[in-house]
Design a protein around this ligand. Structure first.
Ligand code: FES
Length: 148
């Protein structure tokens, strides 16, 4: 929490600080932990409901931690046509999680995203900063090996 205090110390606590504060806290933790949201509410004097309401309004904010490998399955048009839904289903079945979740061992987290700019390689996904191209559902367990 020391780093959170350091972030808060750079703001005045006005309502207009809320979004930049949420962004910085998410950069720090990779998501918005409940305790941090409460600290922001206390710091700004805004109600928890207000802080949560603002944070949930914007798609950029996450409320669950990311796994070591964050899988972003592209569901843009080209990938959709090439079977992105089947790829997502196969990953969910293989990892035993749903979109938006993280595995118990924190190894993988999963989300869908719009076009990632590699349409000729559809269906594709990003894993952290790397592109995984032409994903076949039958290869998902090889591409995303589980520990043990
Ligand atoms: S639609 Fe998937 S990369 Fe463009």
């Amino acid at each position: 929490m020391a780093r959170l205090d350091e972030i808060l110390s750079r703001y005045s606590g006005s309502e207009s600080d809320l979004i930049p504060l949420l962004q910085e806290v998410q950069d720090l933790y990779g998501y918005l932990p409940e305790e941090a949201m409460e600290a922001i509410a206390r710091f700004t004097g805004l109600s928890r409901t207000h802080v949560y309401g603002v944070a949930t309004f914007y798609a950029q904010f996450r409320f669950k931690p990311r796994g070591k490998k964050h899988i972003m399955v592209c569901t843009g048009t080209a990938c959709h046509v090439k079977g992105a839904d089947q790829v997502m289903d196969a990953i969910e079945r293989h990892l035993g999680i749903q979109e938006g979740d993280v595995t118990d061992d924190m190894e993988y987290s999963l989300e869908s995203v719009g076009c990632i700019g590699c349409c000729s390689l559809a269906p594709c996904a990003m894993v952290n900063q790397d592109v995984v191209s032409r994903i076949k559902p039958s290869r998902v367990s090889k591409i995303f090996p589980k520990k043990s």
